[in-house]
Design a protein around this ligand. Structure first.
Ligand code: GLY
Ligand code: MN
Ligand code: MN
Length: 435
């Protein structure tokens, strides 16, 4: 059993039963599926890689961990791939017991009855929701004469997500690997890009490097935006030519053994920032360095967000994008015209990872940083191409700089520090004869 599952079992206690489903395959077109990606909560607890499984966790049992799985089926496996089946699930995945998923519905009453609490998240898997509701209404018919259904149903998500928020040393190792592969891919993009290439060629260079180095793929759709495409936050078309004199914003991260990296760099297609580009770039870089430094115990998520707003608002004033008192510009949210997203997010199995950002029921008290959390630091400035109020030299410039940071006992560790972000260092890398 994985350490994560053991911890979950201890937390839910002996009078409980938990039902945690795997993801299902998703249709891409006609009779073709997307490449399968396991549900993050299920993967975190079980590590089991197949679709359609269900984990049943019964802490009071001597064998608390049962997996319902797809049974072996030579014909299906010939068409659609290998299955662990009953034996393989016990042997290779440390389940105490494995049962065919075909038996799950008829086993349900036997599994749940006799426990006070059912840990199950409604609203994700409709078919399973219905099976559980049918079980509960069936028990209601029998009243409590012969049945002992749970009196409390609890969403296990909060518990699992709190666990996921605080990374173990083993998880940090995987995240460092995802970060290192991604960092190297970004350096490769800097080395290879040149005017006349298309955005998709940079995308393919990066993604090929990730796969070539053991990543299962990207952790999210890569953003490769040249020129004013960099001002579109989730630009994923990645199909326009790259011009001499343009900047290129690349936001791309690998997924490695289920863990994400999330890096952004913005660099000149021809290897040299213009004066105007450099002016905006250096404002964003300065904010990034200060917010990275502020990602440590003693500070909160909200405190860091406010710091980024204050520093970027000052920067916008310096660049002539905004005029007025910083305090007033912040109060009126004037900064949102050029900086409209957060300074960062939790990172882990999901790129926007699990865990609460506050500590109270009113979502008012911001969460303090604690060792083991991993967060991104990603300030940006995006000046719309048609923004008549901005100095013309800055119109159409979009810049974001993003690193992944582990909070430690005495500060933090930047997992993505090997991709240069100082403008001069980027130019040096781009101009070493490596095209
Ligand atoms: N790549 C998604 C993000 O930066 O949040
Ligand atoms: Mn991010
Ligand atoms: Mn990103």
């Amino acid at each position: 059993m994985r350490a994560q599952l053991k911890k979950f079992i201890d937390a839910i206690g002996a009078d409980s039963i938990a039902i945690i489903p795997a993801a299902h395959e998703a249709r891409r077109s006609y009779d073709t599926e997307f490449k399968f990606r396991q549900d993050s909560d299920f993967a975190y607890l079980t590590g089991f890689p197949e679709p359609d499984a269900i984990a049943v966790i019964d802490p009071a049992s001597k064998k608390p961990y049962t997996l319902y799985v797809r049974p072996r089926n030579p014909e299906m496996e010939t068409w659609f791939g290998r299955r662990e089946g009953i034996e393989g699930t016990v042997k290779n995945h440390r389940a105490h017991k494995a049962v065919s998923i075909e038996k799950f519905a008829s086993d349900l009453a036997k599994l749940i009855d006799g426990h006070d609490k059912l840990y199950y998240r409604f609203g994700v898997d409709e078919k399973l929701d219905l099976q559980i509701l049918q079980y509960l209404s069936g028990q209601r018919q029998r009243r409590l004469k012969t049945a002992y259904p749970p009196h409390t149903i609890i969403d296990p998500t909060i518990l699992i997500h709190e666990m996921r928020l605080h990374k173990t040393p083993d998880e940090v190792k995987l995240m460092q690997k995802a970060a290192t592969i991604s960092a190297e891919a970004h350096v490769l993009a800097m080395q290879k890009v040149k005017p006349g290439m298309n955005e998709f060629q940079v995308e393919s260079l990066i993604e090929a490097y990730m796969r070539d180095n053991g990543a299962s793929g990207v952790a999210y759709n890569s953003i490769v935006g040249g020129g004013e495409n960099a001002t579109i936050l989730h630009y994923v078309e990645n199909n326009r030519p790259l011009h001499d004199g343009d900047l290129l914003l690349v936001d791309a991260g690998a997924e490695y053994h289920g863990y994400a990296a999330d890096i952004t760099r913005t660099f000149p297609v021809n290897g040299k920032y213009t004066k105007a580009q450099r002016e905006v770039y250096d404002v964003v870089l300065d904010v990034q360095l200060q917010c990275l430094e502020a990602t440590k115990t003693g500070n909160t998520v909200k405190g860091r967000q406010e710091l980024s707003i204050e520093l970027l608002t000052e920067g916008m004033k310096k660049l002539g994008l905004l005029k007025g008192k910083t305090k007033d510009l912040i109060k009126k949210k004037s900064f949102m015209k050029y900086y409209m997203h957060g300074i960062g997010h939790y990172l882990g199995m999901d790129v926007h990872d699990a865990g609460r950002y506050f500590t109270d029921q009113n979502a008012k008290n911001s969460r303090p940083f604690a060792p083991g959390m991993v967060l991104t630091v990603e300030p940006g400035l995006y000046i719309p191409p048609d923004d008549k109020s901005a100095p013309s030299k800055y119109r159409g410039i979009g810049i974001r700089i993003e690193d992944d940071v582990l909070v430690t006992a005495d500060g933090n560790l930047n997992l993505t520090s090997t991709v240069p972000k100082d403008a001069g260092a980027i130019e040096d890398i781009m101009n070493k004869n490596n095209k």
